[in-house]
Design a protein around this ligand. Structure first.
Ligand code: MG
Length: 318
């Protein structure tokens, strides 16, 4: 494969990986690590049990994480860069649609719900973001790392992309960490150098998140039960994002294992696995994932098409 073909493959791997992690992880969303371990590790697609936010979705369907990631990618493609006004409009429409859909309304997170209501009441994107430091802007941030090739631009636009829905320092730092992580993974940086880069950039917005991503890396050889207890796995960005970086660091060259670890972390498993999948796919490309995961994914063709467009945009091809 040519260098360009390999890079394109990594773009597709990143977006497919995020969607795959999300779709598998939805089966454990909101469950404790203890309950997950007693039910048995989830390793493939399936229906989420009754009571989980995604319990009305089919096996292989993804959740709000991937829906918002696609929305951000489409906005980047159509505007030829990040445009907060355009993205906020799309979010407002998406939120209204999701909240009106009985199968999807439980998927909309606490910050996104607040932001969508504000945007739809006419409040500007500059003031619509929630102050809850949840992970909604982190879980969707991968396309920023795909579109922009310069790390300063990745950081700046990832921070901006958080503001319409998640205007807390923690959420902004989480989005920066994920987008910068995707770009470093595409560039095949060494694991330790990559984590250092991410920590420095995320710490500019929230020192705690930067520190916890570094801590997650330091814990990479420790037992997962203890690590998830230390890092936390709730929907807060300073737990979700470091836990995803633990899974990625722990299984740096074994993406399938990284995703399975994330899916079974406990707490916000769809988002932890979504972020882990984006990082693994950006590093390894489509081959990172078993055929059954790729074939069983909802809207696989759409996700691949959007990733291809982002690749072309990043090279200035159209
Ligand atoms: Mg979700």
């Amino acid at each position: 494969m040519t260098d360009s073909g390999k890079l394109r493959d990594k773009y597709t791997g990143c977006m497919l990986g995020a969607a795959i992690g999300d779709a598998i992880g939805k089966q454990n969303e909101g469950l404790s690590r203890k309950d997950i371990l007693s039910n048995g590790y989830v390793k493939d697609y399936g229906k989420a049990p009754t009571g989980c936010p995604g319990d009305k979705l089919r096996a292989g369907d993804y959740t709000d994480d991937t829906e918002q990631m696609i929305l951000l990618a489409e906005s980047l493609i159509e505007c030829n860069g990040f445009d907060a006004g355009d993205f906020a409009e799309r979010m407002a429409q998406w939120g209204a649609d999701a909240l009106a859909d009985p199968a999807r309304k439980a998927l909309v997170g606490p910050s996104s719900s607040v932001a969508v209501a504000r945007l739809n009441s006419g409040i500007s994107w500059k003031n619509s973001g929630s102050s809850i430091p949840s992970c909604g802007s982190s879980m969707r941030a991968a396309p920023i790392g795909l579109f922009y090739t310069d790390l300063d631009e990745v950081e700046e636009n990832a921070a901006l992309s958080s503001i319409p829905t998640h205007n807390s320092s923690g959420a902004i730092a989480g989005a920066v960490g994920v987008a910068v992580g995707v770009r470093c993974a595409l560039d095949a940086m060494e694991r330790a150098d990559m984590i250092k880069e991410i920590c420095v950039r995320a710490s500019k917005y929230d020192e705690g998140i930067g520190k916890n991503i570094g801590y997650a890396f330091d814990l990479r050889d420790e037992d997962a039960d203890k690590v998830f207890e230390k890092l936390g796995t709730s929907y807060l960005a300073d737990e979700t994002v470091p836990s995803a970086f633990y899974c990625f660091s722990c299984y740096f060259d074994e993406p399938e294992k990284a995703i399975i670890e994330a899916v079974n972390a406990g707490g916000d498993t769809d988002s932890i696995a979504c972020i882990t999948g984006a990082l693994c796919g950006a590093r390894h490309g489509i081959d990172a994932f078993p055929e059954r995961w790729i074939k069983g994914l909802e809207n696989r063709d759409i996700v691949e098409h959007i990733a291809g467009k982002l690749f072309e945009k990043s090279l200035g091809m159209n």
